[in-house]
Design a protein around this ligand. Sequence first.
Ligand code: TYD
Length: 131
Amino acid sequence: MDTKMMKFQLHGDSRGQLVVAETMAEIPFEIKRLYYIYGVGEGIERGFHSHKNLQQVYIAIHGSMKVTLDDGTESKTVTLDDPAEGLYIGHGVWRKIFDFSPDAVLLVAASEHYSEDDYIRNYEDFVASTK
Ligand code: TYD
């Protein structure tokens, strides 16, 4: 599965924490878009799509959430709860994001501008696209 947890550079000292993620180092693509998700209520599940070309890195800037990743053959669930870590998600991966803590902020770095054409939002179409 084209996914990976990545450690960012941590420059903490007595004044607090400072985390760095640089393009083509910790982030394996040029960032063209940032977005973030917060204020997600209890029991809400998001995502339920894959991308044809988009690569993303998910960062739990605050709080926590879980992400289920599925490549059409196998699936796994990871917990994001460390602002110094990122979850890389390549293309061809179905994702569900859930169990957001009330204080959760999920920052997403994306390799392309928004394009609805890049989404596969039907699970059967997604599985067919992996064959
Ligand atoms: P959606 O993809 O449904 O969010 P999620 O997969 O996290 O559940 O996006 C919600 C809405 O926001 C949808 O109408 C598309 C729009 N949107 C943009 O216009 N630009 C963007 O960069 C993103 C990520 C979403």
